[in-house]
Design a protein around this ligand. Structure first.
Ligand SMILES: [Zn+2]
Length: 344
């Protein structure tokens, strides 16, 4: 028989699930604040996986992804242990903000310490109580406000096991991202815990395709880890994700009113027109042209821009980018008519 899973004074027996509160520093009003943590402790041995969202308090797609994952029926046959934290940064969430009340970015504050700043203490709490207990992790993010991202995985793809899981997730674009100082992914990497970062949609919005692809991705990774039985559904039709090792931002050449021409996922060539910036008074406009070949993986939606603002994020590929664009199209078609996801 497996041993019980112990967390914050709670003991969760094999085959049980529990919602455990981790106490966090109180609000200035002395209102208590907790980090609720779902623990699903399978009957049989297997990996321990964390999935977490809203590390940046305004990035909400992951909260809904975790809600849907936790309703999945096959979790009744879970091997290993799933630890799901829908909201890591409740301080940011209640202010609709990416940051903490001390204006720090939690994802630059790892590994943190129990004697440090508020951000350092929260990072330390999450790392000690959750991450360090796990063998694998998935951290769910979105783009910034007004800057949606094409669903993508960012991970250290030079690590074989991380690459293996990234491919299993099931999004068309994988971005090789070296471990960033102070990030959760970096701290987990230092502990030898392969961790994927899923980026999809934008802050303060639910995006249905991003959410469905995220739910499918988490379950795909759990199947790859043999935490869940294999899917009876046919595997996705669009097959092979493509790795990008370089990406670049195209910035506004001028201030004014932005109208964009190309959508997320579009293939672009160097010097191709991506959009226009108009002077609202004279009506004259200037084209924004791409500085590289590639696929648009992030895009500004807000029409108001200043010179120098980041407008398009373009991933470069060593393979034919036309093939990537085709896969993006298949990917969208798959998740647009995913009826199972709607019922959840
Ligand atoms: Zn984020």
């Amino acid at each position: 028989m497996r041993e019980a899973f112990e967390i914050a004074g709670h003991s969760i027996a094999p085959g049980e699930r529990a919602l455990v509160d981790l106490p966090m520093p109180k609000l200035s009003s002395r209102t208590s604040l907790n980090m609720p943590v779902h623990v699903l402790h399978g009957r049989r041995d297997g990996p321990t996986l964390f999935i977490c969202a809203a590390l940046h308090g305004d990035e909400l797609n992951g909260v809904e992804i975790i809600r849907r994952v936790l309703k999945t029926r096959s979790l009744g046959r879970l091997r290993g242990t799933l630890i799901a934290v829908p909201v890591v940064n409740a301080y940011g969430l209640i202010h609709e903000s990416r940051y903490l009340p001390d204006r720090r970015d939690l994802n630059r504050s790892f590994p943190g310490s129990d004697q440090g700043s508020l951000a350092a203490r929260l990072a330390n709490l999450f790392l000690e109580e959750v991450v360090s207990r796990c063998s694998h992790g998935i951290d769910l993010h979105t783009g910034a406000i007004h800057r949606p991202n094409l669903p993508q995985i960012r991970a250290d793809l030079d690590d074989d096991e991380t690459l293996h899981l990234a491919r299993a997730f099931g999004v068309p674009v994988l971005l090789n991202a070296s471990l960033r100082d102070g990030s959760l992914r970096g701290a987990a990497g230092d502990l030898g815990i392969p961790t994927l970062l899923y980026e999809a949609g934008e802050a303060l919005r639910f995006d249905e395709v991003s959410i469905r692809a995220g739910v499918a991705g988490v379950l795909n990774v759990m199947r790859k880890l043999e935490m869940l039985p294999p899917s009876k559904r046919k595997t996705d039709k669009w097959r092979e994700p493509v790795v990008s090792r370089r990406s670049a931002w195209v910035r506004a050449p001028e201030s004014g009113m932005l109208s964009t021409v190309l959508p997320l996922g579009a293939q672009v060539a160097k010097d191709e027109t991506l959009g226009y910036i108009a002077d609202p008074y004279s009506g004259q406009r200037e084209a924004i042209v791409s500085n590289t070949d590639g696929i648009i993986i992030g895009r500004l939606e807000l029409p108001l821009v200043h010179e120098g603002d980041a407008v398009y994020h373009i991933a470069r590929f060593e393979t034919d980018a036309g093939n990537v664009a085709l896969q993006v199209g298949h990917f969208h078609a798959d998740h647009a008519d995913d009826k199972d996801a709607v019922e959840n």
